[in-house]
Design a protein around this ligand. Sequence first.
Ligand SMILES: CC(C)(COP(=O)(O)OP(=O)(O)OC[C@H]1O[C@@H](n2cnc3c(N)ncnc32)[C@H](O)[C@@H]1OP(=O)(O)O)[C@@H](O)C(=O)NCCC(=O)NCCS
Length: 113
Amino acid sequence: MRFGDQVYSIFGVVDLCVAGDKQGCGIGGTLLSKLEEFAKNGGIDAIVLLAKRTELYLKNGFRVIDAECSWLGLDEHKNLGVLKENISGEIMMKLIRIKEWPAGPIDFLGYMF
Ligand SMILES: CC(C)(COP(=O)(O)OP(=O)(O)OC[C@H]1O[C@@H](n2cnc3c(N)ncnc32)[C@H](O)[C@@H]1OP(=O)(O)O)[C@@H](O)C(=O)NCCC(=O)NCCS
């Protein structure tokens, strides 16, 4: 992904899910820490995800970032070209190798996961 003028290697988290009867026991948090460990060992710059509810991620060191975003729109196996929108309150990020919170528009360099 590109943040401003800089391109970063990221892990994107999609559809994190824990079985209903096991929720609230720390499994979601453990999965995020394991992912962070993989990211650190793999030279990944940051972990990024989109979420309507932010609690789990805030508790695990993620921050909400608001930014003008562009991505490849996809619908029913057709691409819609590059879409642009100001996204607020839904993009969450945890820094791994990056030292400072990146500024500027976000380019997903592909579809929005
Ligand atoms: C979100 C989810 C993966 C968390 O897994 P978990 O094992 O329950 O997580 P943990 O036990 O480590 O942490 C629980 C905390 O996560 C937060 N949380 C609960 N549901 C959440 C949700 N849908 N989104 C974000 N955070 C959530 C709460 O703060 C909760 O704390 P509480 O039990 O004190 O209220 C799990 O609840 C789930 O699978 N939900 C249904 C699918 C879903 O909504 N996934 C979100 C991405 S699409």
